[in-house]
Design a protein. Structure first.
Lengths: 197, 212
């Protein structure tokens, strides 16, 4: 198995230069650049996709489709934004479309890894609460959820999210706030209803 | 949100540790509604950060397989493109021609021209021979036709009787006989009848200047 998902991300400027170099090599026909680009971003893209579907196989399919789209349109990558932002944008749009398309037939399958035989009561409760909160987040509108994920989980800057989504920074901030407001309402709802929906 | 209350972006700035302008800070301290909204949003924000799946919780896929799948898909698509050759997708189907403006215009012009020509040919009267020469021809044919009819009937009539035939009757008999019909009748005459016809025609030719 390769290195874990918690691989340190290189510095932004180094990353950008290296990315541009890889893109140029790939466009010139160097297939090793293809693998290098995949290795750099596969975990991040997979993680974003996983948060949308909570299922390994679906997340893998989505992430692969994101890379296929990206490589097919790599010649149109204008180097105005970073490769990372560009890939995240593709992933975000792809996941939003996927969630919209499968909204009715969506079945949540949780695949969290960890010790299931923990005897500590508080840990179980804590875990249950977190799980419940994730379910609530899934009920947000796909675009709001995507912005929230990008900001809080992926820790992208507002500038990056704004450039990805083609909106202003204040609109993105407002989206995050309205997502939190919506979550507040959902938290107040009875637990059974939220779990059942 | 009412005038004076904090905006959505202000709450987010505040939650993320940014400082607000003095006026808004003063408003936040004095407004219970904004304070409640801020506390609630901040609480949820921190919960959200905690509830996020950590990398350890994500199931690790087989990355070699992951890359191989993407690579194979890209290669198969490239092969498909190559097998299609250099044909441009828009030019392959015959229906695509119809959608092209130049082709559409050409077809429309050709269709209009063809339709006009067809209508012209359909409505144009048959070519009429010269009126005077046609009249003479009709006259001669009518005479000969009626005379042949008389020969067939076995009646002996002379040129004088023929001259007395009404022009209307001649016309009707002419219409009844096509030119091919006359030649057929003539070819079927026996020697005696042919000789008589010849004499009649000669007499008729002799009378023609007198008629005119």
């Amino acid at each position: 198995m390769e290195s874990s998902l918690a691989l340190p991300v290189p510095m932004a400027s180094e990353q950008t230069e290296a990315d541009i170099n890889l893109v140029e090599r790939y466009l010139a026909g160097d297939m090793t650049a293809f693998d290098e680009l995949m290795i750099r971003y596969e975990r991040q893209i997979y993680r974003v996709c996983y948060r949308f579907v909570n299922n390994r196989d679906d997340a893998m399919d989505l992430a692969q489709e994101v890379f296929i789209k990206a490589f097919e349109h790599l010649s149109s990558f204008r180097r105005e934004s970073s490769m990372k932002t560009w890939l995240y944008r593709i992933a975000m749009n792809h996941c939003i479309n996927h969630v919209k398309k499968n909204a009715r037939e969506f079945v949540e399958i949780s695949e969290t890894i960890g010790s299931t035989s923990s005897s500590i009561q508080s840990e179980m409760e804590d875990r249950e609460q977190r799980e419940h909160f994730r379910i609530l987040v899934k009920r947000l509108p796909p675009k709001q959820k995507a912005i929230l994920e990008m900001r809080i989980n992926e820790q992208l800057s507002y500038e990056e999210i704004a450039s990805m989504s083609g909106r202003s920074i204040s609109t993105i901030k407002a989206s995050v706030f309205f997502a939190l407001e919506k979550l507040r309402k959902l938290v107040k709802e009875p637990k059974q209803r939220t779990a059942g929906s | 949100m009412m005038w004076g209350h904090l905006k959505a972006a202000d709450f987010i700035n505040l939650i993320e540790g940014n400082e607000l302008p003095v006026k808004r800070q003063a408003h936040l301290r004095s407004c219970a509604r904004c304070t409640e909204a801020f506390v609630s949003a901040q609480n949820l924000h921190s919960k959200l950060a905690v509830s996020a799946l950590s990398d350890d919780e994500l199931p690790e896929p087989d990355w070699f397989q992951f890359r191989a799948d993407v690579r194979n898909f890209m290669l198969s698509r490239a092969a498909q493109r190559q097998s299609k050759g250099f044909s441009r997708p828009g030019w392959t189907g015959w229906t695509s021609w119809l959608t092209r403006p130049a082709m559409s215009w050409g077809l429309a012009v050709a269709f209009t021209a063809g339709l006009s020509a067809g209508l012209l040919v359909w409505n144009h009267p048959a070519v009429q021979p010269d009126q005077s020469s046609a009249a003479v021809e009709n006259d001669a044919n009518a005479n000969s036709s009626s005379q042949i009819a008389n020969l067939d009937a076995g009646t002996s009539s002379d040129a004088a009787d023929d001259a007395a035939v009404e022009p209307a009757a001649m016309n009707s008999s002419f219409r009844a006989w096509s030119q091919f019909g006359v030649f057929e009748e003539v070819s079927q005459l026996n020697d005696k009848q042919a000789e008589k016809l010849q004499r009649l025609l000669e007499a008729d030719i002799e009378q023609t200047p007198a008629r005119q």
